[in-house]
Design a protein around this ligand. Sequence first.
Ligand SMILES: *[C@@H]1O[C@H](CO)[C@@H](O)[C@H](O)[C@H]1NC(C)=O
Ligand SMILES: *[C@@H]1O[C@H](CO)[C@@H](O)[C@H](O)[C@H]1NC(C)=O
Ligand SMILES: *[C@@H]1O[C@H](CO)[C@@H](O)[C@H](O)[C@H]1NC(C)=O
Ligand SMILES: *[C@@H]1O[C@H](CO)[C@@H](O)[C@H](O)[C@H]1NC(C)=O
Ligand SMILES: *[C@@H]1O[C@H](CO)[C@@H](O)[C@H](O)[C@H]1NC(C)=O
Ligand SMILES: *[C@@H]1O[C@H](CO)[C@@H](O)[C@H](O)[C@H]1NC(C)=O
Ligand SMILES: *[C@@H]1O[C@H](CO)[C@@H](O)[C@H](O)[C@H]1NC(C)=O
Ligand SMILES: CC(=O)N[C@H]1CO[C@H](CO)[C@@H](O)[C@@H]1O
Length: 686
Amino acid sequence: MRFPTALTAVTLFANALAAPANHVRHEKRGVPLNHVRRRVESEAIIPIRIALKQSNLETGHDMLMDVSSPQSPNYGKHMTAEQVHAHFAPADETVALVKEWLLSSGLNHGDILHYENKGWLAIDVPARHAEKLFSTEYYEHDGPDAKTRVGCDEYYLPARLAEHIDFIKPGVKLSAPLKKRVIERGEDGSKHRPHWPGPPGWPYHYQHHDPHGYPPGAGSLPPSLQHCDVNMTITCIKALYNIPDATKSQSVNVMGLYESYDAFSQADLDLFFKHFAPNVPQGTTPTIYSVDGGTAPVAAADPRNGGESDIDIDIAYGLIYPQTVVVYEVDDLPNSSGLTNKTGYFNDFLDAVDGSYCKYTAYGITGNSPSIDPVYPDTEDGGYKGNLQCGTYPLTRVVSISYGEAEITLPIPYTKRQCNEIMKLGLQGHSLLVASGDYGVASFPGSNGDQYGCLSNEKYGENGTIYNPDNLSGCPYMTSVGATRLYPGQTVKDAESAMQVNLTAYNAATGSGGTDPTLQFFASSGGFSNYYTPPEYQKAAVDAYLATHNTLPYYIANKDASNIGENGGVYNRAGRGWPDVSANGAFLEIYNNETLYHFFGTSLSSPIFGSVLTLINEERTAVGKGPVGFVNPVLYENPHVLNDITNGSNPNCGSSGFYASKGWDPVTGLGTPSYPRMLELFMKLP
Ligand SMILES: *[C@@H]1O[C@H](CO)[C@@H](O)[C@H](O)[C@H]1NC(C)=O
Ligand SMILES: *[C@@H]1O[C@H](CO)[C@@H](O)[C@H](O)[C@H]1NC(C)=O
Ligand SMILES: *[C@@H]1O[C@H](CO)[C@@H](O)[C@H](O)[C@H]1NC(C)=O
Ligand SMILES: *[C@@H]1O[C@H](CO)[C@@H](O)[C@H](O)[C@H]1NC(C)=O
Ligand SMILES: *[C@@H]1O[C@H](CO)[C@@H](O)[C@H](O)[C@H]1NC(C)=O
Ligand SMILES: *[C@@H]1O[C@H](CO)[C@@H](O)[C@H](O)[C@H]1NC(C)=O
Ligand SMILES: *[C@@H]1O[C@H](CO)[C@@H](O)[C@H](O)[C@H]1NC(C)=O
Ligand SMILES: CC(=O)N[C@H]1CO[C@H](CO)[C@@H](O)[C@@H]1O
């Protein structure tokens, strides 16, 4: 189809069409966004992705539990990717009906892409076309992070298609951030194209300079373990969790790390290896899987070297070398889309590893829409010189993700669909770990227009007092990892507490780093999802916690989570609890930009736990067993393989937060790994 470029005032800001009579509202935002916004110009190209309803999803949960529960005769009998795709693919009828509707709107076959894992249809169309299709208005939102995202408040679909479509994005789910500055304001009003680079969230970390250590009560320990309270190192982590030096490196157990925008520096890795992991040879570097043009490494002083990637890679190599590491660098090209004025949108990591992401499978079309998508190889200076990526990357058995965003910013169907993808990866034997977050019961400062990242609901007179769960942690097929710490004067022989650091005070005292008031509440995130109920494997643990912790006001979230904050409640007492487990996340010494810093946060904890699972997979591989896969059902049934953390809390949003306690708790989960006990258990399983 040809997109006319001549505009009139009428088409520029025409009102959204009223929905035709046979259309129904499909999604509507529950809590309004407190953002400055502008109508998207009518000729701006919006990359629309239509998520099709998949079949058999209701059976997926039971299938995953069947291969992941320790008592099941099918424990460890994972499926192949092909078996999973075939089982869940949308019905042919669904694909045909939705395509027919798009064609009847004036699009051609060639304009409609169908991803090979069959879950999505993609169209890149001017805003006016999208607005007409969905009877809506698209807006550019200026978020509190000073980034701009596109979305709408509600949209409609023909009634007969509603049961075939999960959701569209951007829609109620805003797009990934786009760079405001590159929205070209051409003088004739033509070709206004948004540009979609940038990270999906902020990495969870804060950095500052080395403080003065405290005298340790650790005289009997070797010198390398005498200062773990203020200088956490790989040696300390191994001692804390009884992790032996790694020896194995079977190729199936390469460990995966998700990164976006942030990129490591080899100089930083080499400094870390030299000082803290001398068994790792200088020059050791991860394999980079560049997803949609993501690039790494960068120079030490590059602004993209923010520390997240350095930390993840340092910890993984420090604990699993001679095993190797893969980095999925999920990001648009830094340069080519800007220079060539082409739309570059932020592709989904899960799609990239679960199906041939960018191949068109229908109607003999191969390749992108050249008028819209970046063309590779890109001839511009700094452009990506490789061919367009149309293959899949293998997904490693273990993937650690230290990024996140508030659950509430995403529509329920969007998160549920993504969670189903995670379920499918579990069925194939993958373990996905996500950092639980760092602001106690709040999300990132600034989320939802709130300074501390808490939720409000005017309807119930609540202003910044409602707890704000993280998106991926809510998914019950994900292993959410919280953080722990030692207090000054403690050693690796002492029990850890929940990670909680008043970074405002700490940074002021050490004369470095920010002193923003939001940093007072730096603590292991945890709580209860507004979208998910506790999965079977977790129910008893959550019930036991709630039975003895009944002081905070709560609400019971309804189906569309529109009553958040009801009765003055601050959390959903009927929600899936998180985190599941935890690991140290304080005072880790890491080089970044060739300078030694201390890092804090659950960003440290997720790769530690992922490394432990990788080491266990190595031992299982060595005796001919498969990977541990989705570990939650095994761990909840055998909490004794973790060190229960019973001290500390995660306050924010104007109240106490939750307290760590005996058994599972929404601050540190079941606790930190005891490597020998975990190994013994997983080696016993088939
Ligand atoms: C912590 O490490 C830093 C840098 O390696 C060192 O200067 C400092 O003395 C250490 N603190 C203690 C208490 O050992
Ligand atoms: C890295 O360090 C150099 C030298 O101290 C400094 O000029 C540069 O601004 C730093 N880069 C970043 C991103 O902080
Ligand atoms: C290309 O990338 C470099 C480094 O990331 C950045 O400094 C530069 O501004 C980018 N250029 C464009 C046109 O985006
Ligand atoms: C991109 O747009 C800018 C501003 O309109 C123009 O100067 C530049 O030549 C365009 N680049 C390409 C490769 O089309
Ligand atoms: C909510 O609290 C913030 C910060 O105290 C204040 O600026 C804002 O006006 C309050 N909003 C309402 C609706 O009371
Ligand atoms: C954090 O420290 C600052 C500065 O010492 C203090 O004013 C503040 O009350 C502390 N906050 C918490 C939550 O302890
Ligand atoms: C327990 O946690 C508190 C902070 O909540 C800390 O001050 C105290 O030192 C911790 N106690 C032990 C024994 O770790
Ligand atoms: C459902 C959803 O949008 N999940 C997001 C959770 O956060 C990660 C990391 O920022 C994103 O990649 C996901 O898209």
